[in-house]
Design a protein around this ligand. Structure first.
Ligand code: GLA
Length: 340
């Protein structure tokens, strides 16, 4: 029923969507986009799959490091930074925009953090060291990731426990002092599905602005599926964000075809549903004013390196290229939505 409604709303909104069987070619996807088009992966995957580099270079002009900038990797011991992997990202992605991900999060933290003292000092020093080191190349950051519960309350993370609820303000302030020109984002999941959480995010970003922090935008992670959210829900969410004066980044887009984990194979029909979902997502994104479009970032290049199968232990196929890095119908749906 939900899929049927979804399709009906799409047809009313955008007219008939062409079938996914057309030859959508292999020309550069970003060449068709009038906003930055990014993807994320771990450089170790890139080393294993040379095909990944070719597809990345051909189709994307923006890059989000999947893991290398996370606290546990870049700051594994007190006062000790591991710049090696992060430096490799910078030389690897020389001709691309690099979006920094992520400075402050409650996951992928090193063990030492849990027994440390003076977390406010640690947090500020961490942000300043990382942002300053890469300020020539990285001009946008996810400063705080996933700070909220689904009910809109602050998550009881180690940062909140040790620093108090003002840690978000303090994190953004440290980032803006470290690089006053960088674009600063708050990033979270389920923002299209959960208006209550979205309203809380917008409230936080608005109050940061009132306190003098130039928050550029909001990252909607967009780990979604073929059955939810509805296109109308995505539209309502992004309209709320840009109308509140913030740019929108679809920062971690993937579209699960097996969200309940009850399938053992992915069918042609699933991939056709996914074609439609990608088409709707991109069309919807393009409906907001250009000035508010920070870009769309896919969370993975090929299904082989997407987190969906390993993390949820299920078959899935959430991104635009298959396990052999061949374009899927989803690629065609994405591209179709980019045409004028
Ligand atoms: C969150 C994080 C990402 C990534 C995904 C799972 O969305 O923001 O960095 O870890 O979870 O892969």
């Amino acid at each position: 029923m939900r899929i049927f409604l979804n399709l009906l709303i799409t047809i009313v909104l955008y007219g008939c969507v062409p079938a996914p069987h057309e030859d959508c070619g292999s020309r550069s996807l970003w060449g068709f986009a009038d906003f930055p088009l990014g993807t994320a992966f771990d450089l170790r995957n890139e080393e294993r799959n040379r095909e990944l580099r070719t597809v990345f270079n051909t189709h994307f002009n923006s890059f989000t490091p999947e893991n290398e900038f996370k606290f546990e990797n870049i700051h594994p011991q007190p006062h000790q930074y591991n710049w090696f992997e992060a430096d490799r990202i910078i030389s690897f992605a020389q001709n691309k925009r690099v979006h920094g991900h992520t400075l402050i999060w409650h996951e992928q933290l090193p063990d030492w953090i849990f027994s440390a003292e003076n977390h406010e000092h640690i947090m500020k020093e961490h942000i300043k060291a990382v942002v300053r080191r890469y300020s020539d190349k990285i001009k946008s950051w996810d400063v705080v990731n996933e700070a909220l519960e689904e009910n809109g309350n602050l998550r009881n993370s180690i940062w909140k426990q040790k620093i108090g609820k003002d840690y978000i303000y303090k994190a953004f302030k440290a980032a803006s002092e470290a690089d006053p020109d960088a674009e600063l984002f708050y990033n979270d999941f389920n923002l299209a599905l959960n208006p209550r959480k979205l309203d809380a995010v917008i409230d936080i970003c608005t109050s940061l602005r009132k306190r003098g922090i130039d928050v550029s935008g909001i990252g909607m992670q967009m780990h979604i599926s073929v059955s939810a959210p509805y296109p109308m829900e995505i539209k309502e969410a992004i309209d709320k964000i840009w109308r509140a004066g913030f740019k929108v980044h679809f920062s971690e887009l993937d579209v699960s075809v097996n969200p309940l984990g009850n399938k053992t194979v992915i069918s042609e029909d699933d991939l056709t549903d996914q074609y439609h979902t990608y088409y709707e997502v991109v069309k919807t994104y393009r409906s907001i004013p250009k000035a508010y479009q920070f870009g769309i970032t896919l969370w993975g290049v090929g299904d082989a390196d997407s987190w969906l199968e390993s993390y949820f232990n299920r078959v899935d196929a959430g991104v635009l290229f298959d396990h052999s890095y061949r374009p899927k119908p989803a690629f065609c749906g994405f591209k179709k939505a980019l045409s004028p």
